[in-house]
Design a protein around this ligand. Structure first.
Ligand SMILES: [Zn+2]
Length: 161
């Protein structure tokens, strides 16, 4: 999944000069008028990324929102390439790495499990909201199967399973 940093092809932290240089290059590469492309979609994404990241306030707002979106999905955000990554189970002293840029993800096993636990309950809540109490009673087996799937996705497998 793209983010404003990957759209511009820069790593965090990106200073204003680096952002401007990356924007100029990408704008040349993606502008429809300059290279005969049919649409300006890519250029629009490049401009939005630049306008967001070069403005301190917009950048903070974007980053905060992006990080909470990742957490609600049980994912972590790489500090360098800013991609959302799934961090598998690991023990104290082990350092999980970003699959994209190989930078160590700074997260403790406790934090990881807390984030996954929260993401799990968010998904459970929306599942229960979707089926409702009546639906859960009627379709017990199906619900139990889905709960098992969600649990597995977050690595929350019960003992003895
Ligand atoms: Zn990364």
């Amino acid at each position: 999944m793209e983010n404003h940093y990957s759209v511009l092809g820069v790593f965090r932290p990106a200073d204003p000069e680096k952002l401007r240089a990356a924007y100029r290059q990408k704008a040349r590469d993606t502008h429809a008028d300059l290279n005969g492309r049919k649409t300006d979609d890519e250029f629009i994404a490049v401009r939005l990324a630049y306008e967001t990241l070069q403005n301190e306030e917009k950048r903070t707002e974007y980053e905060d929102q992006y990080v909470s979106e990742a957490q609600s999905k049980g994912l972590f955000v790489c500090e360098r390439c800013f991609s959302m990554v799934r961090v598998p189970k690991f023990r104290k002293g082990q350092k999980p790495k970003c699959p994209n840029c190989k930078t160590a993800i700074r997260v403790s096993p406790e934090t990881r499990d807390a984030v996954l636990g929260e993401a799990f309950s968010i998904q459970m809540d929306s599942l229960m909201e979707a089926v409702g109490a009546e639906g859960a009673e009627l379709a017990k087996d199906a619900v139990v199967a889905i709960v098992g799937k969600i649990r597995k996705k977050f690595g929350l497998v019960k003992k003895g399973e």
